[in-house]
Design a protein around this ligand. Structure first.
Ligand code: NAD
Length: 339
């Protein structure tokens, strides 16, 4: 009996200490993930994350709470076919412990709307999200998916004041996957054995790094020659254009793109949660790489539990470097216009 009393006093003290510690800094849990904005993209991400086996809980936040509830119920109904994961609709306070938070809220471009007009609308949405989010959680890694993703990643970093590596954008991860798929199809090889990157803006000024592209160590031009491609330059240029314009063509046929990005987000989440140090072309604040400074762009980066841990300086040809720098200039001009 005496033992029990002493023991419960001890635990009471310990609980008090834990609660006090929690007041100062809310500890995050990498098994808990938040998704803000569960439209086409956010809901698909919630689905891929829930079935990934990476998380025990996925919290969905949307200004349309009823939609978040519906998406959560729909995914939960299939969870017994995957690994245990509880998906629920929540408020910002429910994101307090999430180690990873995906931001997929935002408007899509309306017919006739300019990119800068869309950017203004999404800036307002992002500001309100960041204000509510940082009030409850200052430790998570943020993954921005909403477009224009590079500019919004810059803004999220500035608005949050989080360490630069903790605020990342999906960057050109999806574009790179599209490139690998198309090259793999053309050359009859598994897309996982295609080693090539799309870098720069996730958008019209992105570029393909062909100079170091290879198929499991075989130079891409040599591989094209071996497989009988008569005009590799024309073929690769056509592939690049198809990648660059993929979103336009999918939106024209079905109104939105979401499966590819949902799978890309799952892959980025995996690299973070499992602390894999994987190389992925996510977007993050660039400081001095390739003469670019103070803006976010998609570049091959080491991704682990702290988000972006390093940005790699992969070799570029003079032409590729020039195109990357003009992509960066374009981003800078867009941000300046916004101010
Ligand atoms: P959508 O219109 O279907 O969904 C947007 C969701 O955001 C809606 O559910 C809406 O209620 C919610 N929302 C809006 N304002 C909010 C706020 N203040 N707080 C919380 N929720 C809010 O759009 P979508 O098709 O899902 O696209 C979402 C974003 O993802 C767009 O910006 C789109 O361009 C972008 N996207 C990015 C990539 C990429 O590769 N990075 C790929 C596809 C789409």
């Amino acid at each position: 009996m005496i033992y029990l009393i002493i023991h419960s006093c001890f635990f009471q003290q310990e609980t008090d200490i834990l609660l006090k510690r929690k007041d100062v800094s809310i500890l995050t849990n990498m098994q808990k993930c938040g998704v803000i904005g569960v439209g086409f993209v956010g809901a698909t991400c919630a689905y891929t994350l829930a079935v990934s086996g990476l998380f025990s809980e996925v919290v969905l936040v949307d200004m349309n709470h009823k939609k978040a509830e519906g998406e959560a119920a729909d995914i939960n109904h299939g969870v017994s076919f995957a690994k245990p994961c509880f998906v629920r609709a929540g408020k910002y306070a429910d994101l307090a412990e999430c180690g990873l938070i995906i931001i997929a809220a935002g408007a899509n471009q309306k017919p006739g709307e300019t990119r800068i007009e869309l950017l203004h609308r999404n800036r307002v949405i992002l500001s309100s999200i960041m204000e509510q989010l940082t009030a409850v959680n200052r430790d998570a890694v943020l993954l921005i998916v909403s477009n224009p993703v590079d500019v919004l990643t810059c803004m999220a970093q500035q608005l949050s004041g989080f360490p630069a590596g903790h605020v990342i954008g999906s960057g050109t991860v999806l574009d790179t996957a599209r490139l690998k798929y198309l090259v793999g199809q053309k050359l009859g090889v598994d897309s996982r054995n295609v080693h090539a990157f799309i870098i720069g803006e996730h958008g019209d000024s992105e570029l393909a790094v062909w100079s170091s592209a290879n198929i499991s160590g075989v130079d891409l031009d040599d591989y094209c020659r071996i497989t009988g491609v008569t005009d590799p330059t024309a073929m690769l240029h056509q592939i690049y254009e198809n990648v660059r314009d993929a979103a336009y063509s999918i939106i024209e046929s079905k109104g939105a793109t979401y499966y590819g990005i949902g799978m890309a987000v799952r892959r980025i989440a995996e690299a973070i949660v499992r602390d894999e140090h994987s190389v992925l072309p996510v977007s993050s604040m660039i400081q001095g790489h390739y003469g670019v400074d103070g803006i976010c762009l998609g570049l091959p980066s080491i991704v682990g539990k702290n988000g972006v841990e390093a940005v790699l300086d992969i070799p570029l040809s003079a032409e590729e470097l020039g195109r990357l720098q003009s992509s960066a200039q374009k981003m800078k001009a867009l941000i300046k216009q916004l101010h």
